[in-house]
Design a protein. Structure first.
Length: 256
């Protein structure tokens, strides 16, 4: 079988070369991109609460969610609770996704569709970050927001997914689901069972490596942007009993 996609090392090199340009473009369009993600996040927060977010504001890179929740910062004083965050913390995966797709020479409509799909998961991350900040003020504030019982558990789970899974891992998984390079270049085994094991293991190895690569490279390009810590146990658990990179390279070369 002839595969048009480049071998592993060449593909990773192309991704690394595309990533600075994609990150720069993403950073330039961040105000417009963040406005869309922020609007979607506001809708989600209002759906899960008593419509507590009345407006969103921006101060530089910081997005502020103005709520109707009243708090008392000092005795005799009443103020509205205004959670704030940096949306770049949760949207940097867009640059990685586009870089992976460009390195594979994917069609433009796949890149566009993937970018639109990522908007919803990025808005999820921001929405649950806002909710998590609100819940830190105790039951009095959560009661005003209408977040009780099972919704408290939902906020906890949603925050974990939105912080540790969606920003770095999801863009790579989205690329993997449409990647001809990944699906056609897995080493071929003699029996069906080892074939399925090698294919799945190799895909997981690439996904985990690319996710870690996303965190490290983004930090290098934008050191002032604070990112959530990537869970190293994912890499440790995925790396166990996986084929070596030399085996992958030989498999890719034999397929070309």
């Amino acid at each position: 079988m002839t595969v048009s996609a480049p071998p592993l090392k060449k593909f990773l090199l192309h991704t690394f070369l595309w990533l600075p340009l994609c990150s720069a473009v993403w950073y330039l369009i961040a105000p417009y991109h963040s406005a869309v993600v922020g609007a979607l996040a506001r809708l989600l927060v209002n759906q899960l609460t008593n419509e507590i977010v009345s407006a969103t504001e921006r101060t530089g890179l910081i997005m502020v969610f103005v709520t109707t929740i009243k708090v008392q910062p000092e005795l005799g004083q009443t103020a509205l609770l205004t959670p704030e965050l940096n949306p770049l913390t949760y949207t940097y995966g867009l640059a990685l996704f586009v870089a992976l797709m460009l390195a594979e020479r994917a069609r433009w409509w796949k890149i566009l569709a993937g970018g639109v799909l990522l908007l919803f998961f990025q808005s999820w991350s921001i929405a649950f970050e806002v909710l998590a900040q609100i819940m830190q003020f105790g039951t009095h504030v959560s009661d005003q927001a209408g977040v009780r019982g099972w919704r408290l558990t939902l906020v906890d789970i949603g925050y974990q997914l939105g912080t540790f899974i969606f920003p770095s891992l999801l863009p790579v998984m989205l690329w993997a689901t449409t990647s001809r390079f990944l699906h056609e270049s897995i080493p071929v085994s003699q029996s069906a069972a080892p074939l399925h094991h090698n294919r799945a293991s190799s895909q997981v190895n690439l996904i985990a490596t690319a996710s870690l690569f996303a965190d490290r490279s983004h930090t290098a390009y934008f050191p002032n942007t604070i990112l959530p810590a990537f869970n190293p146990t994912l890499i440790v658990s995925f790396a166990a009993n996986l084929p070596s990179s030399n085996a992958l390279d030989s498999g890719f070369s034999s397929s070309c």
